[in-house]
Design a protein around this ligand. Structure first.
Ligand code: LLP
Length: 421
């Protein structure tokens, strides 16, 4: 069962709590509200799906880098996928086992690769210069690095172009024409590199598992080719990218089990360890951005609900034209008229919208309004534009109590950057 549900009494609940009651209890500003048990349920779905396979679930920290959430996922048994030195440092601080961490990226810095080499994390090779830096890092750290080749499989993930990564002209990974060059380069550096596997990541918000299957078929062929040259590689990393049901309109989307089942036989046939890198499908649906209605207005043919949250806290609608479901947390007054609204924030940009053309009962001032599925790529992409300052985060604990899991940023935090200059 899902953590956020509208009950028959017309109130939105997070686990056993009315979101309205949580609003009355915490700061009067937009905030993120998570369910801790939902995070565990989402992880469990992956863990169960992977039974019978040797595997690593590498949670993509970029989706949500709250330290409390990272610690929770680590306790549950997760590994981590990192794309910067600071994500690596945070993963270490959260206690992740470095040998269950994977360092990804097309522009990894030498100093960060040195840390990765020292700690013994897997490193994905993205380009010629990247390989060069990994070799240098291995020498500086005095450690052999376990590497996977990130192969660009040229598979169309059928998603928004900004979140497609495995197509031929993308900036990520190695094209097959160059595979032999990389194998020769790895062979020439036996003291610095150990090739342990192959990686691909197709993109994000993928809602058809056939796409993963097509990529996995290509990848095991590459693995056969690489093994035929004497490399003893044992890891297939198929990346992340499973989409979620943002629309809340009753569609049936593939589950973690559907994803794993579509590649299971391939993985077993080559006796491989499977690495997956889920971000969104682990964390997105565990959270809502909770906002207050400031007022309602009409201009021309458009009706607007103006809320205190904005593109600063949640940029996905503005950046990718993404749909995230919006609803009121309490029953509207019985005479509230239903109209079509754009739900907008107070930021000085016309790109500042959370939802367009939404049918909603006209909300009274001060009403609570949530944007669903805000656990992934919302807080981690938030900014302090217009000095909105990043919001606080709370979660509902297993025992039903509410705890703060990140302080909201304040005006004083901003002013502090100028002290002593
Ligand atoms: N592995 C790699 C190498 C990635 O680049 C990504 C995401 C993931 C794993 C995790 O993918 P997920 O399971 O979360 O789909 N900001 C965009 C999404 C960007 C995804 C970037 N890469 C959004 O808000 O939709």
């Amino acid at each position: 069962q899902h953590c956020f549900r509208k009950s028959e009494d017309g109130f939105l609940y997070c686990e056993g709590l009315r979101v309205q009651d949580v609003m009355n209890q915490v700061e009067k500003r937009p905030f993120y509200l998570y369910s801790k048990p939902q995070i565990a349920r989402n992880f469990e779905a992956y863990r169960e799906a992977l039974e019978g396979l040797r595997s690593i679930i590498g949670y993509a920290i970029k989706a949500n880098n709250n330290l409390k959430i990272l610690e929770h996922l680590r306790e549950l048994g997760c590994g981590a996928v990192l794309v910067s030195g600071n994500e690596l440092r945070l993963a270490l601080r959260a206690g992740f086992d470095p040998t269950r961490c994977i360092f990804n990226g097309n522009g990894k810095l030498l100093e960060d690769l040195v840390l990765a080499a020292q700690e013994g994390v897997f490193v994905n090779v993205d380009s010629e210069f990247d390989l060069d830096n990994i070799i240098s890092a291995a020498r500086i750290a005095g450690k052999k690095v376990n590497v996977l080749l990130r192969i660009n499989p040229d598979v169309d993930p059928q998603v928004h172009p900004y979140v497609a990564t495995g197509n031929k002209n993308s900036k990520f990974g190695i094209r097959n024409e160059k595979l032999q060059w990389f194998l020769d380069a790895v062979k020439a550096h036996p003291n610095e590199l150990k090739l342990v596997g192959a990686h691909c990541h197709l993109g994000s918000t993928i809602t058809k598992v056939d796409i993963f299957r097509d990529a996995a078929v290509l990848m095991v062929n590459y693995i056969d080719e690489i093994r035929a040259q004497g490399f003893e590689i044992s890891y297939l990393n198929i990346g992340g990218g499973l989409g979620i049901d943002y629309y809340h309109a009753g569609a049936v989307l593939p589950t973690p089990r559907d994803l794993i089942d579509t590649v299971r036989e391939l993985v077993l046939s080559r006796d491989l360890n499977l690495i997956i890198e889920p971000g969104r499908s682990l964390i997105a649906n565990t959270c809502c951005l909770v906002n207050r209605v400031i007022g309602v207005k009409t201009n021309g043919t458009k009706n607007f609900v103006v809320i205190d949250g904005s593109m600063a806290e949640l940029i996905r609608p503005s950046l990718y034209d993404a749909y995230q479901h919006i609803e009121l947390v309490s029953p509207p007054p019985s005479d509230a008229q239903i109209s079509t609204f754009d739900v907008v924030g107070p930021v000085c940009e016309s790109a500042d919208f959370l939802g367009k053309d939404r049918e909603l009962p006209t909300p009274p001032r001060g009403a609570g309004l949530v944007v669903h599925d805000a656990g992934a790529y919302c807080m981690s992409m938030a900014s302090s534009y217009n000095l909105k300052m990043r919001p606080p985060e709370y979660w509902v604990e297993d025992d039903g109590s509410v705890s703060k899991i990140r302080h909201g940023e304040t005006f004083e935090d901003h002013v502090r950057y100028f002290e002593g200059l």
